[in-house]
Write a protein that binds this ligand. Structure first.
Ligand SMILES: Cc1cc2nc3c(=O)[nH]c(=O)nc-3n(C[C@H](O)[C@H](O)[C@H](O)COP(=O)(O)OP(=O)(O)OC[C@H]3O[C@@H](n4cnc5c(N)ncnc54)[C@H](O)[C@@H]3O)c2cc1C
Length: 551
């Protein structure tokens, strides 16, 4: 416990009446941390901290990479700003040398401020000073890590924008097709065929980089650190991310491999409203970002822009072949590869993908729809969510639905939300026949229930017409249902082992499946997260069977 002499040495505590100081000290925690140890993470419940011994540093990763904001010495305090705002901690802290800190919880901090006008005045002055410093820093320094320069309808530029936003890298986009942006673009980049380009940290310019080069330049991991793992998770959607968190936290040597950016389908969702614990909803990108931080904190390696090209089952130690023929080995595999969007088969659609025709409803596309008339195709919840989301950007949103009603395919709350939006129109019994455009989408041709065709100017066409499992690349011996989804546990028809299969195990021992790729799974974020978490328990049990077999 903090001694009276130690408390008196802290100016803030010294300003308290003795009785109040004793009460506060008796209620405070005496936290001891070793050098380099993290004791507070962004998003943790806010608390009030006073440094008693040692030195601590405060970090932020608002710019997409960890940066030291300030340090605190004995006698100094922090944490009061989020406490007063009723928010969670928005910084992470670690000790620079062996340190002791006094931690007060919210209620005790409130008691101290309410009962001591001296403490309240000291804290108020500090808050004013700190908020002033924060705003100076905000104005002086760009929060952007990258500047992307390229045209709106350039497909590589679109992919780069999508990649930056899905990896939560703060960036500025200068549209080379827009006169007002062109004046800010360096002449050298506008000459010749040098766009799109990405300027990282205002220092390095990458001309027409592929996603891997961009990821490397941003310091994202693209190479495995080892050659062997306890578990390799393939796919970084909600199921893969949950497995990554549980695998790392339960001490398994874990790597998650994602071919694009973490988040999967959920990463393209503007707002997930039904995920437990987020009463106001949460964007899929934000959810994925939080999960990533959590997985990394537990030591899981996360590879981005890497595709698993082949899985070669070998009893006890499976072979994983990454793109470029790079190999790693693993005792267990979690297949969390989800599903891939279906594309409209209408003429012209394939040629315009990324240039006005898109899947999903991510923030990347939202900005492009500002002030325009756009069309969405599909009658499910994802189409409904997107219609509500885009209504805040586009001038007019038309939802084209092949069926003659929404009730059977869309949740009631979404139908109500759509009805309340004046700029969203629903057309039932309508199909898209053609997409028209040369460098980008200009119009679509629709056909109504009576067979009448109409050509309509369109700035965007967004497809939400379902998805399919892509499992053809997996070993032929892996059991699938008629639609290619992976069979697991009790649904298996072929199983050669003496023991029974674990619930999420495929017919090849040690290869598990979780989330949307699994046959009969509930195609939702929560169920993907649930299966991704559960599967690690089965991986443990499976690894035990290997240990017994070799004992
Ligand atoms: C627009 C939209 C809105 C949605 N809204 C909601 C909602 O509000 N609530 C809700 O509960 N659900 C919602 N869903 C459904 C939910 O997002 C999915 O059920 C969930 O994402 C499935 O998670 P998953 O991890 O199984 O697969 P996915 O999210 O599909 O992720 C699979 C990942 O695996 C990667 N991958 C595939 N193959 C490979 C390979 N060979 N190598 C490396 N990586 C690979 C893919 O790139 C992808 O990132 C929505 C879906 C969409 C599309």
């Amino acid at each position: 416990m903090i001694s009276p002499a130690e408390a008196l040495a802290v100016p803030l505590l010294g300003a308290l009446e003795e009785r109040l100081r004793d009460r506060i000290v008796a209620r405070a925690a005496d936290v001891r941390v070793s050098e380099g140890e993290w004791f507070l993470f962004e998003g943790d419940p806010a608390a009030f901290w006073i440094v008693i011994e040692g030195e601590v540093e405060v970090n932020s990763d608002a710019s997409g990479r960890l940066e030291q904001m300030t340090t605190f010495d004995p006698g100094e305090f922090f944490g009061e700003v989020p406490l007063m705002l009723g928010a969670a901690s928005f910084r992470s802290c670690r000790a620079l040398s062996p340190s002791r800190l006094m931690r007060l919880d919210r209620a005790d901090f409130h008691m101290m401020v309410a009962e001591s006008s001296e403490a309240s005045a000291i804290i108020a002055q500090t808050v004013v000073r700190r908020v002033g410093l924060m705003s100076e820093k905000f104005v002086a320094e760009s929060v952007n890590r990258a500047q992307l320069i390229g045209g709106q309808y350039d497909t590589l530029c679109h992919d780069l924008r999508d990649f930056l936003s899905r990896n939560q890298v703060p960036f500025e986009w200068l549209d080379s097709d827009d006169e007002s942006d062109r004046s800010c673009i360096p002449e050298a980049l506008l000459k010749g065929d040098r766009l799109p380009a990405v300027v990282i940290d205002a220092e390095h310019t990458l001309v027409q980089p592929d996603l891997r080069r961009l990821a490397d330049a941003l310091g994202l991991q693209t190479q495995p650190d080892s050659e062997t793992y306890d578990v390799v998770i393939i796919g970084g959607g909600p199921a893969g991310l949950a497995s990554a968190v549980y695998g790392g936290s339960e001490g398994l040597k874990t790597i998650m491999i994602e071919r694009e950016a973490p988040g999967g389908q959920a990463g393209t969702s503007s707002r997930i409203e039904n995920y437990l614990g987020f009463p106001g909803g949460i964007s899929g990108g934000n959810l994925a970002h939080r999960a990533l931080q959590q997985a990394r904190r537990f030591g899981t390696e996360i590879l981005v822009t890497r595709e698993v090209a082949e899985l070669r089952p070998v009893p006890g130690m499976h072979d994983i072949v990454l793109d470029g023929n790079q190999r790693i080995q693993t005792r267990a595999v979690v297949l969390a590869t989800g599903v891939a969007w279906r594309t409209l088969t209408a003429k012209g659609v394939m040629d315009l993908i990324g240039r006005g025709v898109y899947f999903g409803a991510s923030a990347t596309e939202a900005l492009e729809t500002r002030g325009h008339a756009i069309f969405l195709v599909g009658g499910g919840n994802s189409a409904g969510q997107a219609a509500v989301f885009f209504s805040n950007y586009a001038r007019a949103v038309t939802l084209l639905v092949r069926r003659d009603s929404l009730e059977a395919t869309m949740s009631h709350y979404l139908i109500e939300q759509i009805r309340s939006k004046k700029n969203v129109h629903v057309e039932l019994g309508v199909t898209v026949e053609r997409a028209i455009g040369t460098s980008h989408l200009e119009a679509i041709v629709t056909r109504d229930a009576d067979g009448a065709e109409q050509t309509r100017p369109a700035a965007g066409l967004f497809m939400f017409i379902g998805a399919d499992a892509q499992t053809r690349w997996l070993p032929p011996g892996l059991e699938r249902d008629a639609r290619g989804y992976l069979l697991t546990g009790r649904s298996l028809e072929t199983w050669a082992e003496k023991r029974r299969p674990f619930a999420l195990e495929t017919n090849i021992p040690g290869i598990f499946a979780a989330g949307d790729v699994r046959s009969d799974s509930v195609k939702r974020v929560a169920s993907g997260v649930g299966e991704g978490s559960m599967v690690i328990a089965y991986v443990h049990q499976y690894l035990e069977t290997l240990t017994h077999a070799t004992a």
